[in-house]
Design a protein around this ligand. Structure first.
Ligand code: MN
Length: 302
């Protein structure tokens, strides 16, 4: 067990994280992994009290400044639970700090803080966009990155709040049955159904909504990744008896963006995002779930 005061000190003074030895980082990764692997791949939360709030946080991408601003808001407003939609690392300048802070929060509050898998919680993306190189350069050993991958490997893929609100990183997959297949399934049981869920899980972390599109369409992001239109979105939601979808994965200059008659909310929690071709001046955004409704918020950073 890691000392709670030590974890708390990392959250309060993130500058300590870059001086940690690998042994400390490894302990945090392993303890977080042990918690995640006991969770269902589809998290389900029920709140009976309508005043209880869930905060949903989008991509962080190594933006420590945005993350610390969000944590201040959480500390002040005390939501019942907080769900991070993944993409914690890559691209930003404080990637290890962001990952370790969120894992420390998870270890300290396993029933209040949740992390879903994004497309950047993978080796391929980390090798291409920087976190793998940063980590290996710092700790001088490629093998040590395995501890990070062990965490990625057991992360849940989606969460449903009060049977009505689905949260995930990218979008709905073509497989309309995927949620039924994942229900109650833990990572250790995934082998039995892996073939039937693999493509759906991949699309959950990669797909994007698109206005004025019918059906699914090829995406510029890569083979097997899709755009989805309002008609297939409505089918998926109806078939699964869902009201809203909250997702992340895309940065919009205005902050959050609604799609499909205000039933899909897209959030992104890394302000002034350093994207592929240029730096955007977007505000960081997040969502609050209260009384089975969703409220998007753009943050003014301090
Ligand atoms: Mn993403």
């Amino acid at each position: 067990m890691i000392d709670n005061n030590f974890l708390q000190s990392l959250i309060e003074k993130p500058q300590k994280i870059s001086n940690l030895k690998f042994e400390d980082i490894s302990k945090i990764l392993k303890e977080a992994k042990d918690i995640f692997k006991e969770e269902s791949l589809l998290l389900e939360f029920q709140f009976l009290d309508n005043n209880e709030e869930v905060y949903v946080i989008g991509d962080i991408h190594g933006n420590l400044h945005s993350l610390l601003n969000i944590l201040e808001i959480i500390k002040k407003n005390k939501p019942k639970i907080t769900i991070f939609l993944g993409d914690i690392v890559d691209r930003g300048i404080r990637q290890l700090e962001c990952l370790i802070i969120i894992l420390a929060l998870k270890i300290l509050n396993p029933n209040k803080v949740f992390l879903l898998k994004g497309n950047h919680e993978t080796l391929e993306m980390n090798q291409y966009y920087g976190f793998f190189q940063e980590f290996v350069q710092k700790f001088n050993d490629q093998e040590k990155f395995k501890d990070v991958l062990d965490v990625y490997y057991v992360l849940p893929f989606c969460a449903i709040v009060n049977d009505k609100i689905l949260c995930l990183h990218g979008g709905i997959p073509e497989d309309i049955e995927i949620l039924k297949k994942l229900k109650g399934l833990k990572h250790e049981n995934i082998n039995s159904v892996f073939k039937s869920v693999a493509e759906g899980l991949y699309q959950i972390i990669w797909n994007d909504p698109k206005d004025k599109l019918m059906g699914f369409a090829e995406s510029f992001r890569g083979p097997e990744i899709k755009f989805f239109g309002e008609d297939v979105f409505n089918n998926f939601m109806k078939s699964n008896n869902l009201k809203y979808l909250i997702r992340a994965h895309e940065c919009f200059p205005e902050g959050y963006r609604w799609f499909f008659n205000n039933r899909l909310l897209s959030i992104f929690s890394s302000a002034n995002y350093r994207g592929f071709t240029h730096t955007s001046s977007n505000p960081a955004s997040y969502a609050i779930i209260r009384d089975d409704k969703i409220f998007p918020i753009n943050i003014k950073l301090s």
